[in-house]
Design a protein around this ligand. Structure first.
Ligand code: FES
Length: 398
């Protein structure tokens, strides 16, 4: 069944789909990028019963016929190519399907394109094996005084800047309370090469006189080749022992070999944020409806936290993030999360993020200061020694 996306009457003309997450195609190709990006859930998917002709495309030198008004990624899938999500799985990886991560890059008629959001055309010549420099949309750099879940707590005192950060577009999750949705769903900004991004971050490090250089998102781990090259270049430009190369991730794609490669590339500070302990909680927060995929994501993020601590305790400063809001997490689950982290390492830095109302959960209430103090107490009682909670009044540390 083919489908397309239409605007519903709940559209508020906010402009998000004409300025941030834009459509590259004259007609809907059913890629769903705008459907997931709309902050007001004002897009609807409808069945498309209109006649479709077939178009001829040349993929890696072989001719195929595929229906018109579909994405290049879909044409590849229909032609027998495996589309993966996890790094190194599939012939190409398309983890975001939003146009932000550029992981699904192929050549089409001699130009690099994002196969997930670009429509197929009659006579298109597609090449999947590309030796192109990888690309990625990133925002920033910007300095900040607090840092993320893995920024060493001891560096975060006072009002001086402690890090410069960039934020990578695209995410494999669909969190309805996405805390940074204007980056996550951005497919319209110019992408950067790893070298361009590393140079900008290094420049800003010098301007602000900091040692921490963070990348967050969106989800920065989506485009593995880009991220590894970025950290290698950042390390080359910042060879001093004080440089803190910081990756802030949801952990859902961080397999052991990916972590090994990141550490080899120079990462020495890593934050992982398993979104809940119960699968239902993860699905509620992340918006992932495919149960088996959600289970794999959740298990991968918890395993990543353990693998990092077990294998790189001496090389990488690790922080674990916990999203909290009573709308999606009970105190009982929080205590169970505390037990699980304490069983891995009671000394590890844990930062609880008080999820605030935004994006598709604008009606959600931000946890009160006292509620976050209670959250901290619960985790301390589970045996965790270094608990930081984010509150309306700022961070409360251990
Ligand atoms: S999967 Fe196409 S840009 Fe992310």
């Amino acid at each position: 069944m083919r489908f397309r996306v239409i605007k519903s009457r709940s559209c508020r003309d906010c402009g998000f789909c004409s300025t941030v997450n834009i459509c590259l195609n004259a007609e809907c190709i059913g890629c769903l990028s705008c459907y997931y990006a709309c902050p007001y859930e004002a897009k609807r998917i409808i069945e498309d019963k209109s006649e479709r002709r077939y178009v001829k495309v040349l993929i890696d030198g072989v001719q195929y016929s595929v229906p018109e008004r579909i994405s290049v990624k879909e044409a590849l899938r229909l032609s027998g190519y495996n589309i993966g999500i996890f790094p190194e799985e599939g012939d190409i990886q398309a983890p975001c399907n939003l146009g932000g991560c550029w992981s699904c890059i192929v050549m089409a008629d001699g130009e690099p394109i994002r196969s997930c959001i670009t429509g197929v055309k009659e006579g298109m010549k597609i090449e999947t094996a590309t030796s192109l420099t990888p690309l990625r949309i990133v925002h920033g750099p910007e300095p900040h005084t607090v840092g993320g879940k893995a920024t060493p707590w001891t560096e975060g005192k006072g009002t001086r800047y402690i890090e410069v950060a960039i934020w990578a577009a695209g995410c494999n999750l669909r969190c309805r309370s996405c805390q940074n949705y204007s980056v996550t769903y951005d497919n319209s900004s110019e992408p950067l090469t790893p070298r361009e991004a590393a140079r900008r971050v290094t420049y800003y490090r010098r301007i602000y006189g900091v040692n921490g250089m963070a990348i967050s998102g969106g989800e920065p781990t989506l485009n593995k080749r880009w991220l590894i090259e970025y950290f290698r270049e950042l390390k080359r430009l910042n060879p001093d022992g004080k440089a803190r190369l910081h990756l802030d991730s949801n952990g859902t794609l961080l397999t052991p070999s990916y972590i090994d490669d990141l550490v080899e590339a120079g990462v020495n500070n890593m934050g992982v944020e398993p979104k809940g302990l119960r699968l239902e909680t993860f699905m509620n927060i992340s918006g992932i409806e495919d149960r088996s995929l959600a289970e794999r994501y959740l298990n991968t993020s918890w395993s990543a936290a353990k693998y990092l601590i077990d294998n790189y305790r001496d090389k990488v400063y690790v922080g674990i993030g916990i999203p909290y809001n009573s709308d999606f997490m009970s105190y009982e689950e929080l205590a169970a999360i505390g037990d699980r982290i304490a069983s891995i390492d009671p000394e590890v830095q844990v930062c609880v993020l008080d999820y605030f109302p935004t994006f598709r959960r604008r009606w959600m209430r931000r946890p009160s200061y006292n509620e976050m103090l209670r959250v901290k107490k619960i985790l301390n009682e589970a045996g965790l020694k270094c608990v930081i909670v984010q509150t309306v009044l700022g961070h409360i540390g251990p």
